[in-house]
Ligand binder design. Structure first.
Ligand code: NAD
Length: 353
């Protein structure tokens, strides 16, 4: 039983959110309601066809399409997209965190309103945060300018997400919620958002894996993505996100898979230091925090070993050094030997104790 801890502050930017099968067909109406008439559609190269379909449906409301969004929002791509955005009065992003990141980067430079249709569960649509890369270095900034104004969650769009990415992306979202539960600046609202997000994925992900086209189950997971993305915008992240940034940035490991593999280990690392905050996770996932999350991942067929992502065992020492440098606040002190052991377990794919 959790107790209410009174006395908190929370900032919320105005965001319009709609969820439902076929909701993408409402983009024109959303644009008209905002007085907009020239949309630049954004996608990755992989999702160009989804963008073309949208562009055709927009008809006279379409300005054009730019389909070169890429992971970590490289600044050169943003510059090319800014040229394509000339004459547009809004951005329509259809995709995951990479495409939404591009929309945010354009909005930072132009203040163009963003209507986004998320097709993964990463949650970037719900945050005023942008990570972008210039000259190989990633910088993260927070500004109300980058927060998308309208989010349209259409389960028919996420139904095309391959099942492997569905699972890892869901676990990526859950990692925001787990870290939010023990965040230093957590509050009663962030607790409820995080728990709601975890429950939605706990219930929805197994159903989606059993039947990727199950639209009500996809809706449940998208609701979870919104809750987990919203809580990511509200409170600070800790060890888990530091580990993922260190591994993703220095060893080019894929974003969602890295989150998925590390989540049970980082949660287990913090389990004793955050017994109260993590009690609902232990309850939801059956007993121990790390073991329960690991078993949930295995049951969904998620990758569990960093070695399967191509990380060499010889890189673990450097990874541990990076993870302990400039550490984020964490409920348990960051100890180099313990982090090195955590990375070894995650590399081998062992079940956390
Ligand atoms: P992604 O956007 O990079 O997508 C991965 C691949 O899957 C891409 O090729 C994409 O086109 C494809 N894809 C996505 N949805 C699909 C669908 N429904 N059907 C078929 N293919 C689909 O992956 P991601 O995990 O959503 O985003 C990762 C990026 O987002 C990282 O750069 C991360 O740093 C960033 N991110 C930012 C925030 C934030 O708040 N700023 C939050 C979360 C993630």
């Amino acid at each position: 039983m959790r107790t209410f801890h009174a006395g908190f502050e929370a900032d919320h930017l105005p965001v319009r959110v709609r969820l439902g099968a076929g909701i993408r067909h409402e983009i024109g109406a959303e644009m008209t309601a905002l007085g907009l008439s020239h949309a630049l559609v954004l996608t990755t190269p992989n999702q160009a066809a989804q963008g073309e379909e949208l562009l055709a449906a927009l008809g006279p409301l379409a300005h054009g399409q730019f389909s070169k969004a890429a992971m970590h929002t490289p600044i050169e791509i943003t510059e090319a997209a800014l040229a394509a955005a000339c004459g547009a009065d809004c951005l329509v992003a259809i995709g995951g965190g990479s495409t939404i990141g591009l929309a945010k980067a354009i909005a930072l430079n132009t203040d163009l309103p963003q209507i986004v249709l998320p097709t993964t569960y990463a949650g970037s649509e719900a945050t005023p945060v942008l990570g972008q890369t210039a000259n190989g270095a990633k910088e993260t900034l927070r500004s109300p300018k980058v927060q998308p104004e309208v989010i349209l969650y259409d389960p028919e769009l996420v139904a095309t997400l391959p099942i492997g990415l569905t699972v890892t992306s869901g676990l990526n979202a859950m990692a925001h919620a787990v870290e939010a539960l023990y965040a230093r600046d957590r509050n009663p609202l962030s607790d409820e958002l995080a728990l709601g997000g975890l429950r939605a994925f706990k219930e929805g992900l197994p159903r989606v894996v059993a039947d990727p086209g199950d639209l009500p189950a996809r809706e449940a997971t998208q609701f979870g993505a919104w809750l987990c993305g919203t809580v990511l915008a509200q409170v600070g992240m800790a060890l888990h996100h530091k580990l993922c940034h260190a591994l993703g940035g220095s060893f080019a490991l894929p974003h969602a898979e890295t989150h998925a593999i590390l989540l049970p280990h980082s949660a287990a690392y913090n389990a004793e230091a955050a017994v109260g905050p993590l009690a609902p996770v232990a309850e939801l996932f059956g007993g121990s925090v790390g073991g329960g999350l690991y078993d949930f991942s295995v049951a969904l067929g998620a990758p569990v070993a960093l070695r399967d992502l191509g990380l060499a065992e010889g890189d673990l020492d450097r990874a541990a050094d990076l993870a302990v440098s400039n550490p984020y606040w964490n409920p348990r002190p960051i100890e180099r030997d313990a982090i090195r052991a955590l990375l070894q377990h995650a590399w081998e794919g062992a079940r956390p104790q």
